[in-house]
Every structure is written in structure tokens, then in C-alpha cells.
Design a protein around this ligand. Structure first.
Ligand code: ZN
Length: 153
């Protein structure tokens, strides 16, 4: 499912957001999040640098990004640098290491479904296909949101 790395994924979504049919689709979907998570590279955040919590990888967006990716800044992302969290996500679909109690909070099956829907959104060719994918994505994000409370204890 993770055919692209975080940077390629981020570029793919940025390119998608620039397409006119997507802009049209998003006008009808004000609740669809388009800010891209710096850890997993999927658009799971309402805005960047606002301490939003990514329901897919569990990274909390405290503003860390490529320039300081190797730093452990503590706070909401605990002992993980962004680079470490990205590596974990590509292996475990979570920013946490598998021995960390936080890792298994959310269903991997739901995450896999969600990633498949994001992939279908990237492949959308028109507004109808894009809206359908966005609605399925929001449903799955809601499902993940119901599986965990925030902040993770
Ligand atoms: Zn994420």
C-alpha cells in the first residue's frame, strides 16, 4: 500500500490539490482536511503547525518538518524524532515503535482501508470520483477517531 515515500506522497497530494476538478470537489466538502501530515504524508490535518493530531500515524503536528526532522523535541511526540516516526510509519503504519503501548491503539485494517482510499483519491480523474473518495476517507477517519481517545495516555 505504501508505494510512495513521504516526500513523493506529499508532492502527489500537492499536485492533486492544484487540479481544477479537485478544487471544485473540495468546495462541496468543507470538512475534508487537506493539510498534509509531515510524518505520514497523507492529508489528515485541518491545518499545519496547529497541534492537530494525525489519526493515521498518530503524529501531533507541533511544526517539526524536514529542516529539524532528526531532532527529538519531546512534547506530544514523546521520544520520537520526525525521522524516527516516519521510519516507523512506513513499517508499522504508526509513528510508534511496535513495543510502545501507543502503537496498537488503532486498527491496522482500518488504516489500510484508509490508505487505499487516499490512493484512489490520487487516481481520481474527475469531480465525481474525487468527492466519492473524500467521503469514504472522512468515514474511515471518523472510524479511527472512535478507536482512540486523545491525548493518548
Ligand atoms: Zn500522519
Amino acid at each position: 500500500m505504501l508505494e510512495l515515500n513521504v516526500w513523493s506522497r506529499r508532492s502527489a497530494f500537492e499536485a492533486l490539490w492544484a487540479k481544477p476538478f479537485i478544487l471544485e470537489a473540495l468546495k462541496d466538502l468543507p470538512e475534508f482536511d487537506t493539510a498534509i501530515c509531515p510524518c505520514c504524508g497523507f492529508p489528515t490535518l485541518a491545518e499545519r503547525n496547529a497541534f492537530g493530531w494525525c489519526l493515521l500515524c498518530l503524529w501531533e503536528d507541533d511544526g517539526q518538518d524536514d529542516p529539524d526532522a532528526d531532532e527529538i523535541t519531546g512534547g506530544p511526540n514523546h521520544q520520537y524524532s520526525l525521522s524516527h516516526a516516519r521510519a516507523n510509519f512506513s513499517k508499522y503504519l504508526s509513528m510508534y515503535s511496535p513495543d510502545d503501548q501507543h502503537c496498537k491503539k488503532l486498527s491496522t485494517a482500518t488504516k489500510t482501508e484508509l490508505i487505499a482510499e487516499y490512493t484512489s483519491l490520487l487516481g481520481a480523474n474527475n469531480k465525481v470520483e474525487a468527492v466519492a473518495a473524500c467521503l469514504r476517507i472522512n468515514k474511515l477517519l471518523k472510524k479511527l477517531g472512535q478507536q482512540a481517545t486523545y491525548p493518548p495516555d
